[in-house]
Structure formats: C-alpha cells, structure tokens
Design a protein around this ligand. Structure first.
Ligand SMILES: [Zn+2]
Length: 358
C-alpha cells in the first residue's frame, strides 16, 4: 500500500476547495438571479389559422336574427366555427340545436344569466355543452361551470365590468371567490372593452393571473343586431394543422381548451382589421412574437399589468412585426398585446398567458 506524497495531497485538497467554492457560488447565484424556471406556453402554431366566434344571440333569446341567418353571416365573413349562445332566461327558448343551412362548424352554447334573484346575474358562457343547466341564486354559476366541465364544455366570464356599473358583470371578489374552474374571461366584448368611465377589461384577467388562477382570454362579438356595425368586432383565431375542409368541432374545442389561439378585436367595424400573431415561440426564457403587420407589441406580466397600474407593460416595442422578451422568475406569467393603428384607429390582438413554472 502506498500513501500519496504531500504534493499530491495539496493538489487533491486544492481541487476539492475550488470545487466546493464553485458549488457554493452556483447555489448563491441560483437564489438571486438564475433561479431555475421554465416557460409553459400554450402555443404550437400550425399551418392554418381559423376565425371562431364564441358569443352570439338569435331570435331564441334577445337577438334580431334567426340562427340560420347568424351562421350564414359568419360563414360569409370567413369564419370556421360559431357558437350560438342564447340567454337562458325562462321567458326565452335557448336551444342547443344546430339551426342548419350553413357550411361551417356549429358549436352548441348558452349564456347563463338566470333571473334577478340573489347574485345570479353574472353572465357566463357555456360552450360545447350538451345540456342547459337551469339554476338560480347562490351557487348557480358554479353549478353551471361544474356541469359544463363534466360534459367537456368550456366556460367564460362575460363582459367583466363591476356590479356597480352593471349587475351582469363580475366584481373582483367574484373572479377570485364566487366561482372556480372556469376556462377564461372575455378580454373584449363587441363594442365594450372598458367599464363605462372605468378600467379596461384586461384588469380582471391580470387580477386572476396574479392570484394564480389560470385563465385563457377570449374576444367576442356578443352579436344581437345591426350586423353592419356589430359583426366581426371580436373573435378568436385558433392555430391548427388542419385546413378549413378537414377541421372538426373537436379540433376547435381542443385548441380553445389548451389555449392554442389568440383573441383579436376592435371597438368599431370602421376600425382596421385586427392584427394577427403569426408565431409565438419560446427558447429557454426568451419569447419571440411575430405579427402579420407592423404593430406595437407589449409584454404584460405580474410585474407590470392592467390590474396594478392600469394599461401597463414591462416592455413595449413600436412599429414592428417581431419582438422578443426574456422573462424573469418574478414575471409569473407573460401575455402579449399587439396594437395596429391605421387612420387614427386602433385594433388589437391579445395572446393567452405563458406561465412561469418552477
Ligand atoms: Zn351575450
């Protein structure tokens, strides 16, 4: 048996010391600036994009046009799918039946609205459901969310203004506590994007996201009447590897459920056609966004958003078709807004959130 000499011993000890220091350094660094995290993105842009309308009314509730007419109108506008979401007021006759007479995908739906007993006025969209679950009073909305979930349906909080503005809206505590397990929130609803004289709808989205509630965002027409000014103000655009001919209802629902789509909207049909996200990719901690025309691209996170400050962002790049943002652990989530301005009017695209995960 041989023992190492003193030179060898010092060499081994030095090596150990350097290794230990390096390990300590790595640990300290991890605590401060390079905390391990990943970005969980819902995006997988395929070869095709399809416009989908998720909120419409017909003569089966308080709309002026029959279901067949509504479906044909959206078909002419190039939509791939439409959900008819009549009110469930007992005096109306909301139905899940396909009105027929169209060549686009019909998605059965309802706008839950109850009557004016207790707190059952909050409006809730149920999409891809097979039964209308009539319920009133406390707990009605939660029961409807749960029923939809059991049937593979999706649910969205409609026009999230506060109750002091209109009782059909959603207060901050409603978003956080009245209901849970809903799919998303309307970030834009036809001609409405603000509480009258108040804040923009995205503040309720950011409130939910900052509170750890995972929501997707949708933009909708909430079409009732006056097609020339009310059709195609808000829609969602799903990403797909299927073309319009092979697209099925289940593909649309899958894209909606997984968040592989974006919301697009404008307050007036005289405003320009909204921009499109043509790709959103993640490489490490860096998000790269591409748009189909020159837009102002904003990144909105837990650090700067509509709930904290009112229409704020952590980064804004103006007049571009691509932008990059490198996320930090403190961002919590990142959502992207693209604004397109032409002739003094602006239209928008809103991404779904990308989540920062440990
Ligand atoms: Zn509605």
């Amino acid at each position: 048996m041989t023992f190492p000499n003193w030179k060898q011993t010092i060499a081994v000890l030095s090596f150990c010391a350097v290794f230990a220091l390096a390990a300590l350094w790595a640990l300290a660094d991890a605590d401060v600036s390079t905390r391990q995290f990943t970005l969980n993105s819902p995006y997988d842009f395929g070869e095709y994009q399809h416009k989908v309308q998720l909120h419409t009314h017909t003569t089966n509730s308080d709309g002026d046009h029959a279901g067949e007419w509504v479906m044909q109108a959206y078909e002419e506008l190039g939509y791939a799918a439409v959900a008819i979401t009549d009110h469930d007021y007992t005096r109306f006759s909301a139905t899940l039946e396909d009105p027929g007479g169209h060549n686009i995908i019909f998605i059965p739906g309802v706008e839950y609205s109850g009557n004016d007993r207790e707190r059952s006025w909050n409006h809730l969209l149920g999409i891809n459901i097979s039964t209308i679950h009539h319920a009133d009073g406390t707990g009605a909305r939660q029961a409807q969310i749960d029923q939809a979930a059991r049937e593979g349906g999706l649910t969205y909080l409609c026009h999230p203004y506060s109750e002091n503005v209109h009782r059909r809206g959603w207060n901050e505590e409603d978003v956080l506590e009245l209901v849970s397990g809903y799919t998303g929130i309307e970030i834009h609803n036809g001609g409405s994007y603000h509480e009258p004289g108040g804040r923009d709808y995205p503040y309720k989205v950011d409130l939910a996201l900052m509170s750890g509630i995972r929501v997707w965002v949708i933009s909708v027409d909430d079409f009732h009447r006056n097609p020339e000014t009310a059709l195609h103000r808000g829609c969602v655009v799903i990403n797909s590897n299927r073309d319009g001919r092979s697209l099925r209802r289940e593909d649309v629902v899958a894209a909606l459920a997984s968040g592989n789509y974006f919301a697009a909207g404008r307050l007036d049909t005289a405003h320009p056609e909204p921009p499109r996200f043509t790709n959103i990719t993640v490489d490490g901690h860096t998000i790269t966004v591409k748009t189909d025309k020159e837009t102002d691209i904003e990144f909105i996170t837990s650090r700067a958003n509509y709930y904290l400050e009112g229409a704020n962002h952590v980064q804004k790049t103006e007049g571009v078709t691509t932008a990059q943002y490198t996320a930090t652990h403190e961002d919590g989530f990142v959502r992207i807004k693209a604004s397109y301005t032409e002739g003094g009017s602006t239209s928008y695209a809103w991404s779904n959130p990308i989540f920062i995960e440990d």
